[in-house]
Design a protein around this ligand. Sequence first.
Ligand code: GDP
Length: 713
Amino acid sequence: MAKHSVEDIRNLALLGHRAAGKTTLADAVLFKAGAVERRGSVDEGTSISDFDDEEHHRKFSIDTSVLNATYKGKQIHLLDTPGYPDFVGAALGSLAAIETAVIVISAPAGIEVNSRRMFNEAGKRGLARMIVINKMDADNIHFDQLLTNLRETFGKGAVLFNAPIGVGLKFTGVVDVINPPAAPPQGIAVDLAAARAQMMDATVEVDEKLMEKYLMEESVTSEELAGVIPKALAAGSLVPIFCMSAKKDIGVAEFLDAVCNDALAPTQASPRVAPPAKEGAEPTTIVANESGDFIGQVFKTINDKFVGNLSYIRVFSGKITPDKHLFNSRNGKESRIAGLLKIQGKSNVTIPEAIAGDIIAVAKVEGLQIGDTVLTHANGIKLPVPSFPTPMFSLAVEPKARGDEQKMSGSLHKMVDEDPTFVVHHDNSTHELVISGTSQLHLDVVQARLKRRYELEIVTKEPKIAYRETISREGAGEHRHKKQSGGRGQFGEVHLRVYHLPRDITNQQELEEKFANKSKFEKMRSAHYHAKNNFAFIDHIVGGTIPNQFIPACEKGCVELVERGALAGYPMQDVAVEVYFGKDHPVDSSEAAFKTAARYAFKKAFQAAGPQLLEPVVTLEVTCPSNYTGAILGDLTTKRARVENQDSLPGNLAVITARAPLAEVTRYAAQLGGITQGQGSYTMEFSHYDLVPPNVQQQIVAKSKLAADEEED
Ligand code: GDP
């Protein structure tokens, strides 16, 4: 590999909605730059970028693939990201590795949900943004309207850098808007002079002198423009638009030229900043040059039997060679590197060194996670870890074959390491192993991969909803536990009261300040806070009616019930217990007897205190073509949802924000797909716990009654 300088590197991600042509564009770029001998094709299953079996089978990208090409002296690293919102984790992860986000839009389909989302996400991270209008050769393109929509959605900074010659079947090429030809060809689809004026307005804005010159109607040279374009891109005020047909290879070369000339070099982008290592210290600005300490960040990991265990690293500073050791800043672990790899889809070559700006991979370095900062000198630098949306689509899982429990848990955890939007957890209240992802499709892919990679088949079912139990008023209860069976008996009697514990209490100190103190419990001896369930145990025993040595047993009995629940078998929360009276027996009293007595007394008190179920509530954001708004709102009302906002977007789209109980929307993906014929999409995030309406509570309690009774001892 020819050695390149940091200034010659261009790091891009192709982002946008599914089927816009990102992968086709990636294949076209590789072929044009001579990085591959044969042009890959999505339709023929030969794409260099979509190489995984699952991707071939489904004909769309699931993971981000890393590609590279050298073109006109520039080292291009290209990340092709999945366009399905279901795999948004991979697309968001790639943003941590690049300087320039390329949003690919399909000309006939227009601006779709994921294009808008990725444009905003790139903007939030301070990245430069470019737009590719692909499929200019297709039918049904309303180019003027599309441009208007683009500028309405993405702002006045979105301007044509090249203009299409013809549209649809007549699309034959593009002309440069910055340096238009002296004699423009026939059939240009826009007013070239107007397009150039828009481009100038958006570009010169970042440079006062040039702006003045432009306003005074002095001529601005193309060199002067070229000088400020990176600045305008970095500032986010300029978003160049390129027209093309990736499939027919029209406009691809011009786009590649612009990438070389205009896309940001690592030295031109806003630098990454690491927060201070210690309180009071200064944050560190990471300078993209070869001479500094080596600093890199893991943005993707993969553990696949085809490509092995790879961690993909973006180098932000310094230089690394294969003889160095890698320090993981998160856990202080040091590892040898077997080699540095340059990645081309599923294949790779070893390279002698990597410098600031490069995107590389290392093989078989255990324990690297997405977001980890890697160093060669343990200098304490930790780059911020990217954040990902909380997955809310869950399924309970079991292995198909008995005895595969261990294997299943191990394999699932390996998948968690690779995918920041995939979570596995054991639900203590429902006793289920639950996997969560962004959607049914996401979890289908996980299942298919488990089968292919680990020969493991699992059975899934809708998980039980993690309800909670609480009380609506004070209550009291007492219980005498007395057993006489032959030899030594058992005796313990406990009297207690229960209270609602405010949810704003979060620790022992707040408990004592706001609730468990002598102004409320005059002779209180101690209070213990249990954060997990926002539960408090208060010892208010006067005159030793329960001997001191049995108080911990009383607390244990209460905590057991908190976990077990007393209404429908779900854990309790926001409850305080005050033990205030009891009786013992000089011979028969024991810890076990008091534990049981306290548990029953608590149960009676809880049931007398207006017990209520709480359920998880989620926030839904639904985006769809506006003609489906009525049907979506109608459906939401049948789901106990509260619509909170309704908005319209350019391109005839509507956004509806609503809160709904999780129990009502566990199958929303399929339902929304049905209502909108696959054109709607949504995000779902946990919001809070709320009271279950009485009629629903009755049904849940009735269903659980049998199980609860069986459990009783
Ligand atoms: P991605 O999901 O964004 O990566 O899109 P793909 O590259 O997989 O392309 C989706 C479909 O659009 C495939 O059938 C491609 O052949 C087709 N396609 C891609 N680019 C073009 C184009 O420029 N013109 C036309 N007509 N079709 C295209």
